[in-house]
Design a protein around this ligand. Structure first.
Ligand code: NAD
Length: 424
């Protein structure tokens, strides 16, 4: 039996994950295939009510989640999302992708994810702090540096992590820096963490581009999402003299065939909180983003963006999945048939969790490394992971996504098998 009563059918992110697991199962050895159902259900899912007193004195309730998908290889690891569309199906999938991601990078963690269904832009700073502290206290009994370690995701940031760390520490009676990663540096955060995911997108992108003989210099790059991940990936491609031709965020889509000047765009966003209205590019329809002639396209916003219809239209040579789960399985097939190379999320955006691991190690040792050392370690781990995935894909004649899942599932299910099923 592989279906869960609360996650049957539908076309949500969890169903995308289940389809991805079904695709890898035939490649697994028989002794491990017996354990595959382990991946098709989260180990633990907590739903919490988060009531807060708003600035006007009224009480509002928000729904929050923490899902621990798999803990066979170590404590749970994964971000906290604040977004109006957060729901259990999505959090389960995001937690599951963390299980795969930590295993591909061979980090000693399982996979987890959490979130609150809220539009953080509509809360004041005080309301956001109250929401974060109450949510943290509601999930405090299942998180901890040896249990499950949250981090930032869409709509959360280092400040939110600082409040989470402080709230958890108050409950314990001492400072527990290792309970979350992505904290401000002066609170036990790691240098290089904020930029790590975007940096990983760039590193994996360059490495695969080289294998395809695609020159990054003058390559055209389009990016959906200009937040933590998208903007740093854009910066690094820009510094390598790629042309950033199209950018979309929640405010709109901008296009400039000769390349968007990023320094001016950053200054504009600082003032106007979005790309819409930027004078150094023309505004185009949001849907036209998927028709732009480009070499590299980077979905770096939300999941479920590359549908079958868009996969037929894409005019790119390579997709770098900065976001988690941006491509539907059926769209994956179309891109593969069309010869468009996908660098899958579970490796492409793993830079953040890798530096989160470094942050956790530094917190445990209370000994901190230089940014150069962190970037150097990150580059080495990611390059090695891409090489492993590339080799596995070639030897199995499969896509990079399936290869990443083969490597990850072998590690996770081997751990599950060797630990045994309790009680034996
Ligand atoms: P963020 O909140 O910093 O930025 C999100 C960006 O997406 C913003 O520019 C926003 O305007 C844009 N956006 C939101 N809704 C949109 C819409 N409907 N259409 C177009 N653009 C939209 O988030 P982030 O941390 O950059 O995360 C982006 C993606 O990367 C998510 O899928 C997240 O799970 C994934 N990710 C993030 C990290 C990390 O370290 N932050 C690590 C791994 C994966």
């Amino acid at each position: 039996m592989s279906n869960l009563s609360y996650a049957n059918g539908g076309n949500g992110a969890w169903q995308t994950f289940l389809a991805q697991v079904d695709r890898v199962a035939p490649y697994l050895s028989e002794d491990l295939a017996d354990y595959v159902d382990t991946l098709k259900r989260p180990k633990r899912a907590l739903i919490v009510d988060v009531p807060i007193i708003m600035d006007d004195g009224s009480i509002q309730h928000f729904e929050g989640y923490r899902v621990q998908h798999n803990l066979s290889r170590g404590p749970g690891k994964g971000g906290i999302r604040y977004h109006p569309d957060v729901e259990l199906n999505e959090v389960m999938a995001l937690a599951a992708w963390m299980t795969i991601k930590t295993a591909v990078l061979n980090l000693p963690f399982g996979g987890a994810k959490g979130g609150v269904r809220v539009d953080p832009r509509k809360l004041s700073a005080r309301e956001l702090e109250r929401l974060t502290r109450r949510f943290t206290s509601e999930i405090a009994h299942i998180i901890g540096p040896q249990k499950d370690i949250p981090a930032p995701d869409v709509g959360t940031n280092p400040n939110v992590m600082g409040w989470m760390m402080d709230t958890y520490s108050s409950g314990q009676g001492y400072t527990v820096t290792g309970v979350v990663t992505g904290k401000p540096v002066h609170l036990g955060g790691s240098l290089g963490r904020v930029k790590a995911t975007g940096r990983g997108v760039y590193i994996t992108g360059c490495q695969v581009a080289e294998k395809l003989s695609l020159n990054i210099e003058n390559a055209k790059v389009s990016i959906q999402g200009f937040g933590n991940v998208g903007s740093e990936a854009a910066n690094l491609f820009y510094l390598s003299n790629a042309k950033i031709v199209c950018i979309q965020d929640h405010t709109g889509t901008i296009f400039n065939a000769s390349g968007i000047e990023l320094n001016a765009l950053h200054a504009y966003i600082e003032q106007y909180q979005g790309v819409a209205g930027f004078e150094g590019a023309e505004r185009i329809d949001n849907e036209a983003f998927w028709d732009v002639e480009t070499d590299i396209i980077i979905p770096a916003a939300l999941e479920g963006q590359i549908t079958v219809a868009r996969a037929h239209r894409l005019k790119a040579k390579m997709v770098l999945e900065g976001a988690n789960g941006p491509t539907y399985p059926e769209a994956d097939d179309i891109l593969n048939e069309r010869g468009i190379m996908i660098v899958p999320d579970v490796i492409c955006n793993a830079g953040g969790v890798t530096v989160s691991y470094f942050e956790w190690v530094q917190d445990m040792a209370s000994y901190f490394w230089s940014e150069a050392e962190i970037n150097d370690r990150l580059d080495k781990l990611m390059v090695q992971a891409v090489e492993d995935v590339w080799t596995c894909a070639n030897s199995n004649g499969c896509t990079l996504r399936t290869a990443a899942y083969i490597l990850a599932c072998e590690r996770i299910l081997k751990a599950r098998k060797e630990r045994g099923i309790f009680p034996g």
